[in-house]
Design a protein around this ligand. Structure first.
Ligand code: ADP
Length: 257
């Protein structure tokens, strides 16, 4: 199996990063970016130096989910490096901060853009870089995983049985690359109404897949209007409501990263 291309000779921009965590999903819209951003701000709240790299070039969500003062990445003209923007102490790089429209690109171009954004950025000393992966397990994802020496992967999914067939694909991809898959986050699991808890997409698929693949942790996130609203407002839920139920779940996730 392929090992990270840069093992032993990491690009300068990545040499000062202790842990690189991929947040991955097999389809779009399951809450991968929501998890990546909230995980990053939780780790920052725990005292870590954190960066987020939004590798979703086709649909970058980071610019909507955070509100940095400077919404454009700056270049260091001498070193030809990218300087991340920053919001509440977390360093941020996204194609959405590159000042271009939504990309129409073929796969190899996308991989090139991702590679360049990621490896020519001056991340500085970081305890964690959280990568919001493009959805899926195709060539773009595989290339990215080979370029970057990932220390851990978190897979985000929704509770339907069908979604877990895709999760298995993700787990296999990381396992081939020898990246430990430390947790599965089952998003939009339940909601509470009239004093009752409802599970609109059923229950049990998550624990099944976690057992099957020996993944150490499974976390549930509820369907919450505030999660959606905070994503749209540019302030992550864990920042807006640091003592809430969702923040507690992210703290537990943060501990196992
Ligand atoms: P992905 O990165 O997988 O495409 P996003 O994180 O962008 O998914 O989430 C898709 C949409 O669903 C966003 O508008 C987000 O705010 C919303 N969302 C994600 N998780 C939840 C949740 N648990 N409850 C309510 N809305 C959510």
């Amino acid at each position: 199996p392929a090992r990270p291309k840069y093992s032993g000779q990491l690009p300068a921009g990545l040499q000062t990063i202790s842990n690189i965590v991929a947040v991955s999903s097999c389809k779009g819209g399951v809450g991968k970016s929501t998890v990546a951003v909230n995980l990053a701000y939780t780790l920052a709240d725990m005292g870590a130096r954190v960066g987020v790299f939004d590798a979703d070039v086709y649909g970058p969500s980071l610019p909507t989910m955070v509100s940095p003062e400077n919404r454009l990445l700056e270049m260091n003209p001498e070193k030809k490096t990218i300087i991340p923007t920053e919001y509440l102490g977390v360093k941020l790089v996204s194609f959405g901060f590159a000042g271009q429209g939504r990309a129409i690109m073929r796969g190899p171009m996308v991989s090139g853009v991702i590679d360049q954004l990621l490896t020519t950025t001056e991340w500085g000393e970081l305890d964690y870089l959280v990568i919001d992966m493009p959805p899926g397990t195709g060539d773009i994802q595989l290339t990215l995983c080979q370029v970057v020496p990932l220390t851990a992967a978190v897979i985000v999914t929704t509770p339907q049985k069908l979604a877990f067939i895709d999760v298995a694909k993700g787990v296999r991809m990381f396992s081939k690359l020898k990246v430990p898959c430390v947790a599965v986050v089952e998003n939009m699991c339940h909601f509470d109404a009239d004093g009752k808890r409802y599970y609109p997409f059923g229950r049990g698929s998550g624990s099944q897949v976690v057992q099957q693949f020996g993944i150490p942790h499974l976390f549930d996130l509820p369907i919450r209007p505030t999660l959606s609203a905070s994503g749209d407002s540019g302030m992550p839920e864990v920042v807006a409501d640091p003592r809430g139920e969702v923040s507690k779940t992210f703290q537990d996730l943060g501990i196992c990263i």
